[in-house]
Design a protein around this ligand. Structure first.
Ligand code: NAG
Ligand code: NAG
Ligand code: NAG
Ligand code: NAG
Length: 409
């Protein structure tokens, strides 16, 4: 759920040294797996069928669950534990798609110019709107494949509180951050799992989900499926009350399906994603900045709250602990609702006619030898036919008679 800290003034690129870069794919894949478990087999098959078309270029990142980490893999610049591919993409143009920068300004500081304009392009909510409007009307398998990957990733991202906010502070506890904290990236903390700033700590779901994607991810598949099922059982849709509504996308989708293309459909759809971002912000952001101190260890009670462990329910009301794990589950339910609609449209997207089969060297050698052999065989047959004709000529009735006469004489 990494939000790239480089977003913003290009000048900063040269003035701030890069923050250590590590993130956790686990939360993304859990969200996707929870969504997958909300779909029918045939809906999953439609989505996987589209994603699999890129498996030559992105091996191991082409099903509903692993595609969740594809947008982060694009950012990989160096080979390492979280960037295991031999060829790194190093594409940063999409970095600002990963978050919304709704200002969190509890100290009423004077905000920089434009700080409150967090909705337009680029932002996660804008990208999601763009994705659903493309896919609601598109017949292009490329558009579907590309946008599906972003949808699966970004619905996860906007459920991580620090992907919904940019915090402005000026005090000793959190620091001098009048230009914003890049979603907690500029607040160093010390944690049990090596997450060295507040943003990374939340990306790890408070040090709970740390298993990164790798080409051998299949080894963790069973644990992921089990974790997702357990979370669904623990936090059923009804446990989210009015926050979760399976009909959220209905008006947007109905309008997109309307052949007369009513105006204002983009706004209708955008409201849905902004609502989800607002919900994440309201639920998680004030708490995420409370109780921690810059450059210090994450306190135990904060960690407990961030994890939403069951034990806290004994002494606080359930609703107060709707953090990391619950956010992952809620994101999974909402993603499931969205993918159900997209699968319906995806099933109508025409299959591209098969390209001419691509021939490799071995196939070419095999074909050439087959042709040479066939020619040789034909030549042999011709020779054989000629030979047998000559033999037949020799043993024709005339010859026989001749031979007989000769014998009688
Ligand atoms: C900031 O403003 C809000 C609303 O105007 C107020 O409730 C709050 O106490 C103010 N906070 C500070 C730290 O001044
Ligand atoms: C499954 O959940 C447990 C903790 O509940 C965690 O330690 C483990 O890493 C998780 N594995 C995956 C693949 O999600
Ligand atoms: C489709 O759009 C048209 C024009 O905006 C509108 O009059 C009509 O009611 C819409 N149909 C549905 C089913 O929403
Ligand atoms: C989101 O929150 C902002 C203010 O924080 C509010 O102005 C806007 O109406 C909200 N949007 C939705 C769709 O909830």
């Amino acid at each position: 759920m990494t939000r790239h800290w480089l977003h913003g003034a290009t000048l900063l690129l040269f003035t701030i040294p890069p923050v250590a870069w590590a993130w956790w794919d686990n939360g993304h894949m859990l969200t996707a797996e929870i969504a997958r478990q909300q779909l029918t087999k045939s809906q999953v098959a439609v989505i996987n069928g589209l994603l699999e078309e890129w498996s030559d270029d992105f091996p191991g990142l082409c099903d509903l669950v692993t595609a969740a980490v594809w947008p982060d893999q694009l950012k990989c610049a160096n080979h390492g534990a979280v960037c295991p591919r031999a060829v790194m993409e190093n594409i940063h143009i999409f970095d600002p798609w990963h978050f919304d920068e709704k200002p969190y300004n509890p100290q009423n500081l004077t905000l920089p110019h434009c700080a409150d304009q967090w909705l337009p392009n680029p932002s996660a909510s804008f990208t999601l709107t763009s994705a659903i409007t493309s896919m609601g009307t598109s017949n292009s398998r490329f558009a579907f494949n590309f946008m599906l990957r972003w949808v699966i990733h970004l619905v996860g991202d906007i459920h991580q509180p620090l992907h919904s906010a940019d915090g402005y502070f000026d005090d000793a506890r959190l620091g001098h951050l009048p230009q914003g904290d890049r979603g907690g990236n500029l607040i160093p903390v010390i944690s049990d799992c090596g997450a060295n700033n507040l943003h990374f700590y939340w990306d790890s779901a408070a040090c709970q989900y740390l298993v990164n994607w790798s080409p051998h991810y299949q080894d963790h598949r069973e644990a992921l499926t089990q974790n997702a099922s357990d979370l669904i059982t623990k936090y059923p849709p009804s446990s989210f009350g009015t926050r979760y509504d399976p009909e959220h996308l209905k008006a947007c989708w109905t309008q997109l399906q309307n052949k007369s293309k009513p105006s204002g459909v983009f706004d209708i759809c955008q409201q849905v994603f902004v609502r989800w971002v607002n919900d994440t912000f309201d639920t998680g952001v004030p708490g995420a900045y409370g109780g921690i101190t810059r450059n210090s260890m994450i306190p135990d009670d904060y960690a407990v709250w961030a994890k939403a462990l069951d034990m806290v329910c004994f002494w606080k009301t359930y609703a107060e602990f709707e953090m990391s794990r619950r956010q992952i589950v809620l994101g999974g339910y909402r993603l499931g609702d969205m993918l159900r609609l997209l699968a319906e449209q995806g099933a109508r997207v025409k299959q591209v006619p098969d390209r001419k089969p691509h021939m490799d060297l071995n196939t070419k050698i095999f074909m050439a030898s087959t042709i040479v052999l066939a020619v040789l065989l034909v030549l042999l047959l011709i020779r054989y036919c000629k030979l047998s004709r000559r033999l037949r000529d020799i043993t024709s009735p005339n010859d026989m008679a001749l031979e007989l006469n000769r014998a009688v004489a």
